[in-house]
Design a protein around this ligand. Structure first.
Ligand SMILES: [Zn+2]
Ligand SMILES: [Zn+2]
Length: 366
């Protein structure tokens, strides 16, 4: 039997160049690996960042890491996943055994780079040339071969074109609130940046029982969206509105929790200025190489905690079913996030819709 299957995928041959949908060979699953037929893959800002070259990596590459699909083939030694299962596939590849995995932090796995898929991409050109498996998934393709830790079986009645976005954007935002920060009921919460991740911080804060959820952004359309996702108040980041909201919402104390979901230095510095004494600032995904300035004395004297949140401190097998359960109960909006859908052949239009901010989430369907 052939050790690889022929698939169609959206290939990046050069940063910022048009993606080409072409045939590639995908290695079939080895021990501890799974091949999933892709039904849908959301476009995340990390895909755009890699495509732009800002995070380095090689080309040719296939991006896409918010996948839902149907399990097609299991490698040897898989327990708990069956052929035909519906599944969400995430970029969190974890050994399950190292110290950080055992502490419940698989996104920080110490052995991830030692796993066979991390050392050898399962993708090649038809001629046998190397192709990078972008974000450990390469989801803008008919099929993916990933590590078993990346595959989360889900109920078959869930819509795959909506479930896919839980795999990164939703869990990054909601997980920052529920896992990383552990926001308590009655807390005041501010979110800087009301894009795809920020809206899910808003939703997570509502689920956590926050009394006030303030969204801060520079675009009126994003602030309007934040209100529909549960923000109790919004403020334009570049006006005096933010100071006014600190006064009216928190009696001038500042917020118990401030989430920085806008990848910019001014957003981080603004966040440190909005937090209450004893409060917590959570910094979500950031571009590389930035430096922010802050007053360490103020952080120490005011007892402020500053936390980093990588993919919402996600534990995929716990959090993805939990978030989909909230969706089924009507407590988490997912249908409303998927505003744009594209065929694989229209993947470049999907990137444009995501980059422009026109789409809350653009999803490529296969
Ligand atoms: Zn590990
Ligand atoms: Zn992502």
């Amino acid at each position: 039997m052939d050790n690889s299957v022929r698939i169609r995928a959206a290939v990046c041959h050069g940063f910022k160049e048009v993606l080409m949908v072409e045939e590639l060979d995908l290695r079939r699953p080895g021990p501890g690996e799974v091949t999933v037929a892709v039904s849908a893959c959301g476009v995340c800002h990390s895909d755009l960042t890699y495509w732009s070259g800002a995070w380095g990596g090689g080309v040719p590459a296939v991006y896409g890491h918010e996948v839902a699909g149907v399990v097609e083939e299991l490698g040897p030694g898989i327990v708990g996943i069956s052929e035909g299962d519906h599944a969400v596939v995430t970029l969190i590849r974890a050994c399950g055994r190292c110290r950080l995995c055992q502490k419940g932090l698989p996104a920080l796995c110490e052995q991830m780079g030692a796993l066979p898929l991390s050392r050898n991409s399962p993708l090649t050109t038809v001629g046998g040339g190397g192709v990078v498996q972008g974000l450990r998934t390469a989801g803008f393709a008919e099929k993916v071969t990933v590590h078993e830790s990346q595959v989360v079986p889900i109920a078959k009645h869930l819509p795959l074109d909506v479930a896919c976005i839980v795999g990164c954007g939703v869990v990054t935002g909601a997980g920052a609130v529920l896992n990383t920060a552990g926001v308590e009921p009655g807390s005041s919460v501010a979110v800087i940046g009301a894009g795809g991740v920020g809206l899910n911080v808003v939703q997570g804060a509502v689920v956590a029982g926050a009394s006030d959820v303030v969204a801060i952004d520079v675009l009126a359309a994003k602030l309007a969206a934040a209100r529909t996702f549960g923000a109790t108040c919004t403020a334009d980041a570049r006006s005096g509105e933010v100071e006014a909201v600190v006064t009216t919402v928190t009696a001038g104390r500042g917020f118990d929790y401030v989430f920085v979901a806008a990848g910019s230095v001014p957003a981080v510095e603004q966040g440190l200025g909005l937090v209450a004494k004893g409060g917590t600032v959570v910094i979500l995904g950031m571009p590389e190489g930035m430096r922010a300035s802050f007053d360490p004395e103020a952080i120490a004297d005011r007892g402020v905690r500053v936390l980093g949140s990588k993919v919402g401190s996600v534990r995929p097998q716990v959090d993805i079913p939990a978030l989909l359960g909230l969706y089924e109960q009507g407590r988490l909006k997912l249908d409303e996030l998927v505003t744009h859908r594209f065929a694989l052949d229209a993947v470049n239009e999907a990137f444009t819709a995501a980059a422009s901010g026109e789409a809350l989430r653009a999803v490529v369907q296969l």
